[in-house]
Write a protein that binds this ligand. Sequence first.
Ligand code: ACO
Length: 419
Amino acid sequence: MSTATLLLKGKEYELPVMEGSEGETAIDITSLRTKTGAVTFDPGYGNTGSCASAITFIDGEKGILRYRGYPIEELAAKATFVEICYLLIHGNMPSIPELDAFNEKLTRHSLIHEDMKKFFEGFPPSAHPMAILSAMIASLSAYYPENDNELNIIRLLSKAKTIAAFSYKKSIGQPFIYPRNDLSYTQNFMHMMFAVPAEGYKVTAAIDRALNLLLILHADHEQNCSTSTVRMVGSSGANLFASISAGICALWGPLHGGANQQVIEMLQQIRESGQSAKTFVERAKQKDSGFKLMGFGHRVYKSYDPRAKVIKKIADLVFAVTGKNPLLDIALELERIALQDDYFVTRKLYPNVDFYSGIVQRAIGIPVSLFTAIFALARTVGWIAQLNEMIGDPEYKIGRPRQLFNGATARNVMPIAKR
Ligand code: ACO
């Protein structure tokens, strides 16, 4: 085993060095504080490996993303979202009987408890779907308190799409449409979103494929903000539904999953302003403008996000059916200008998954306010797989970082009259 030598205040310490299956190196500092009295300092965790994981591999420099060893491009070309759910949770692609059994379970558990429908009445019509989704997912723990992890995973995966679709119906004042057992996972979601009691809704093959692809691309992304949140909450022993609900809240932020909504709003703003894309690129470079190019940049990817490349291809598939969206031209123009600009080149800022996903979602009929909820729907399976991996490790501990205290040192409380 190799070691790293740390020289601290004139004294040398040996720390074990670990190597991942793709050759990444990590210095094991689990004994650091005991040995030296010191802690590491890494706000934003950019240099901290919080766990060992066998689920998703990313090489941000080379633009590589793999789930359980399979390249994202190959999964996008050959698999459905339900197969990816099976893969992430079980570690291997399913056989036909395994997939049939998994699909059957997902279909059987897609209804939500009738009483839960009353919750929707309590939300104002303007409620953001992420507020509804996180509240309703946490509420599932009230209806399914038993500790059957396997069954609860199926319930969660299946009911999340029903809740997301119901939150949309609520926002437009239409009656809820119940799931149908003869439809696939993605067809069912579209049916619950867009059918009305008087007439059904037929999902075209191209739209169904596009939705599958969007969900596949968002299914997992190793230890990002929301996944780390799920692991952190779950590490206290909180139940599955509570942990995933926390992940939904973390995903909501505009610097994370909320960026897809922000991208469309930015593109619309550019269109309505009549100003050029270049003006907005220039503004994004001014730190005091408070404006960022949403959908650009990534903590891990320092080259083109491989998911954004696949989404560009989905856009072609969808626009062949729906007709082109003018926002796509603005996005392409923004990308072209930014990728030639020294500011973006030197900082290695490329389009991320959210840059084009909103345009595709809009084209398949999904309202802007629901974009992040679709992301949450897809990521739920990644969160589940990551949480399972953590609680399956007999040595996992409650998450509890340290700090570097820089506040007041010990002092006495003065009597109030003397303060
Ligand atoms: N527009 C303009 N400048 C940017 C952008 C952007 N979108 N992103 C980063 N920068 C600049 C920063 O100002 C910083 O400049 P500096 O070195 O001169 O100070 C430099 O690039 C590095 O950026 P950081 O914010 O330090 O990088 P970090 O890894 O902390 O943040 C993040 C990554 C949050 C994604 C950031 O790039 C960003 O805010 N992007 C826009 C929001 C977005 O698209 N989020 C979705 C990410 S993908 C996902 O979560 C699914």
